[in-house]
Design a binder for this molecule. Structure first.
Ligand code: XMP
Length: 503
């Protein structure tokens, strides 16, 4: 299979570049820009893409690349900092500009005007020998360049973002003309290949999966059912902190597949350990530990199983594991079922079939495997569940109130067209009660908060500017249908400074 390596110099679009390449049906991976030319040669890429980054190539402590990468004889595309790096390493001059060029600007690229996204202060002042300028803007005389003979290309603007008109064509040109590749990365084949890999790895052994009902573990379950029918055991620990009907939905999807589905109804157990607990971090810790204990109680002999995990490619990139070749360390925060290494090492081995895939690819494979939209499009849901969306002590009554309110908010928000829906939306039950009036009587009900955000990566977010009619209608329904709730507020804080979840 063809392969493009994206060398990362700290640019925020590294994953986007790799995804764009994959969307053009060429496999790509992101690696650190500090990789040696020798290691890159051993990976046998068909081309390299150098990403943007926050540094200045001419400063002493800036990250450069191994000069040997320009001797590998493979095509290279430099983007933004990657272009400056290419110029600098090959004898051109990069210097600070007079003004910052930021946002969508008009550029002339190969004689044609188009909008491009720029984000730079430094610029290439002098081209290296043998290079030609291929684009300019009003304030940037060298906005792209090339050396056709060496098959080196570069752009100061970002072809990977949709704000750049026909940017994808520039990436396509690089792949199909400069690298002379033929599209050969198709998800339909990938699903088959993943199944083959699973079969080869686990042989006739049994496989154990902690199924949370989230997208990643669900797709792993569906893959296991297809790859090794009857050999997989999927344990779904229902901690009683799921949303309305969620546990039943998960059960109804997976109990029909060719795997052994075990649902552990552990609500009482979790409520017992949470009794009297009000401190957020303590609650998170208790839920995490109880989850692992409950799961482990179901497995008597780990040594008879392979352990399957839903690690995906961004987890691997974030942890830097792609450089070391070691197992991915998933941020504990993001995976409450993050089992201790000591426990995992008791299994026959670990299988992580989605390790090379991006979230949207995982979703597509899920669809191909016939998983319902409710699972494939599921918004992220924290491991500790509603336990951290009830401020203060978690009780069965509060869980019931929050479940109903949250379901109303989601139902109303789901009436928005798909592409205008927030990336995550949910209700939070506060520990505060306020005075209101119902009929002629005084009411003393809970304060409920609604949270809805737009985000690409969940590391930062903006609150969603939901239509007021939607908020009106939701608040009316919630206060009418759930008398225990006296007041509804909408959270208008971004992250930072707030986090997405309230606890
Ligand atoms: P925060 O609250 O940190 O959340 O801004 C960022 C994203 O992570 C989700 N989240 C979690 N996911 N286990 C998870 O699997 C957790 O313990 C956890 N805590 C937060 C949160 O829903 C949001 O999408």
């Amino acid at each position: 299979m063809s392969k493009i390596i994206v060398l990362d110099f700290g640019g925020q679009y590294k994953e986007l570049i790799a995804r764009r390449v994959r969307e053009l049906n060429i496999y790509s991976e992101v690696h650190s820009g500090s990789l040696s030319a020798e290691r890159i040669r051993n990976m046998k890429p068909d081309g390299l893409i150098l990403t943007g980054g926050p540094n200045s190539v001419y400063l002493a402590n800036s990250q450069l690349c191994d000069p040997g990468i320009f001797e590998l004889g493979i095509p290279i595309l430099g983007i933004c900092y990657g272009m400056q790096l290419m110029a600098h390493m090959l004898g051109g001059v990069v210097a600070p500009g007079e003004v910052r060029e930021y946002g969508v600007v008009r550029a002339v690229y190969r004689g044609e005007e188009r909008n491009v996204l720029m984000s730079h202060f430094d610029r290439v002042k002098t081209l290296p020998d043998g290079f030609e300028c291929t684009a300019y803007t009003d304030i940037c005389p060298i906005a792209a360049f090339e050396n056709r003979h060496k098959r080196f290309y570069a752009a100061q603007f970002h072809p990977e973002v949709t704000h750049t008109e026909r940017g994808i064509e520039i990436i396509g040109d690089f792949l199909f003309n400069a690298c002379e590749l033929t599209a050969d990365y198709f998800l339909t084949d990938i699903a088959e290949r993943l199944c083959d890999d699973i079969r080869k790895q686990v042989g006739g052994n049994r496989v154990l999966l902690a199924l949370s009902g989230g997208v990643d573990s669900s797709v792993v379950a569906a893959l296991l059912a297809k790859a090794v029918p009857g050999q997989a055991e999927c344990v779904f620990v229902d901690h009683g902190l799921m949303r309305l009907n969620e546990g039943d939905e998960i059960e109804s999807v997976f109990s029909k597949r060719d795997l052994e589905f075990k649902r552990i109804n552990a609500e009482e157990r979790f409520l017992a350990v949470l009794r009297g607990q009000t401190e957020p971090e303590t609650k998170r810790k208790i839920i995490g530990e109880e989850f692992i204990k409950t799961f482990i109680d179901t497995v008597s002999e780990p040594g008879e199983y392979f352990f399957a995990q839903g690690t995906i490619y961004p987890d691997v990139i974030e942890s830097g594991a792609s450089e070391t070749g070691g197992a991915a360390v998933i941020k504990s925060h993001h995976n409450v079922g993050g089992f201790p290494e000591k426990y995992k090492s008791r299994f026959l081995g670990i299988t992580e079939p989605l390790r090379g895939l991006f979230k949207d690819e995982v979703r597509q494979i899920g669809r191909m495997l016939g998983l319902p939209n409710a699972i494939v499009e599921r918004q992220p849901f924290p491991g500790p569940g509603l336990g951290i969306r009830i401020i203060g002590e978690v009780t069965p009554d509060k869980l019931d109130i929050l479940r109903r309110a949250d379901a109303i908010f989601r139902e109303e928000t789901d009436t928005l067209p798909f592409d205008t829906r927030p990336d995550q939306y949910f209700a939070v039950l506060t520990n505060l009660r306020t005075v209101g009036v119902i009929g002629d009587a005084r009411n003393y009900g809970y304060l409920l908060a609604l949270r809805a955000v737009q985000t690409d990566d969940f590391m930062t977010c903006k609150y969603s500017k939901l239509p007021h009619e939607l908020l009106d209608h939701t608040a009316q329904r919630i206060t009418n249908e759930i008398p225990e709730i006296g007041r509804v507020v909408y959270d208008i804080t971004d992250k930072p400074p707030a986090t997405l979840e309230w606890e």
